[in-house]
Design a binder for this molecule. Sequence first.
Ligand code: RB5
Length: 143
Amino acid sequence: MIVIGSDHGGYELKEYLKAYLKEKEIPFVDIGCDGQSCDYPDYARIAVQKILSGDCEKGILCCGTGIGISIAANKYAGIRAALVSEPVSARLATEHNNANILCFGGRVTGGALAAACVDAWLEAEFLGGRHAARVHKIEPSAY
Ligand code: RB5
C-alpha cells in the first residue's frame, strides 16, 4: 500500500499520480490535502506515520517544489525521502538509498515525468551490500 499526500502546491500533481496509480491498479491511500492552502509538514507527518506504523510500505509526497515536504519527511527516523525530477534518480533512490518516500515538486515536474519516476522507483530493488551499510549510517542510532 502506498500513501500519497501533498500540500496545495503539490495538489494537482498528487491528483494526476492518483489517477496513474489507479490505472496501474497499484493500491494507495490519499491523506490529502483537498487543494486548500495548508502546511506541508502536516502532510509529511501523516504520511510518515502511515509508513512507520506499517499501514503503508511506501509514500509519495508533493509540494510546490518538493523541497519542504522532503525536508519535513526526512526529520523522522526510518524515513528516507528522495526528491526527484527524472527516472534515473528515482531508480537509484531505490537501488542505492532504499528510499521509502518519493517527493516531487508540483510546480517543477510534469505529471507524465513524475509517473515515469514512480515506475522506476517501484520497479527497482534495493541492492543492499555496501549501500545497506551506508543507509545504516544515516539512522540516528549510528550517529
Ligand atoms: C507553498 O506555497 C510552498 O511553499 C510549498 O508547497 C513548498 O514548495 C515548500 O517547500
